[in-house]
Structure formats: C-alpha cells, structure tokens
Design a protein around this ligand. Sequence first.
Ligand SMILES: [Zn+2]
Ligand SMILES: [Zn+2]
Length: 82
Amino acid sequence: MVSGKPYRAVYGWTGQGEWHVLEMRAKCDHCGTGLRADKPESWICSYECTYCADCARALDLICPNCNGEMVERPVREARLMA
Ligand SMILES: [Zn+2]
Ligand SMILES: [Zn+2]
C-alpha cells in the first residue's frame, strides 16, 4: 500500500455491490485534479488509487501505480441523499 499521500481517499469494498466511503476528498493520482465524491467522473483501482476520467481513459483504465484495473466509482449514495 502506498502511504504518505495526504489527499488519498479511503474506501472500503463492502462486498455487497457498493463502496463504503470513509473519506470524501480525493485528487487524481495522476494529474492532481481535485475529485468530488458526488461527481461521476472518478475512477478508482483495486489499491485505492484515484483518477479523473481523462487520466483513466488516457491510461486505458490500468493504474500506473500498481497495474490494477480501474473501476468507475459509484455515486449512488450522493444521488439518493440529494
Ligand atoms: Zn487526472
Ligand atoms: Zn493503483
């Protein structure tokens, strides 16, 4: 696991088809663009690296840090609570 990134978000896979978001703040690990939990354009790899949509596509959805496959981060909770 990579540590020492103050902007690193913390997520946990509940195993029931949803992400449990512990920390809402995040920045793209590649370009540093700020990401928001209520925006659909954010991707996360299996090791919790976070990317904006532009970088995710540019990287072919493969995390350059750990070679993990990225998945689009769901925004279901934010929409339900709105
Ligand atoms: Zn980016
Ligand atoms: Zn990664």
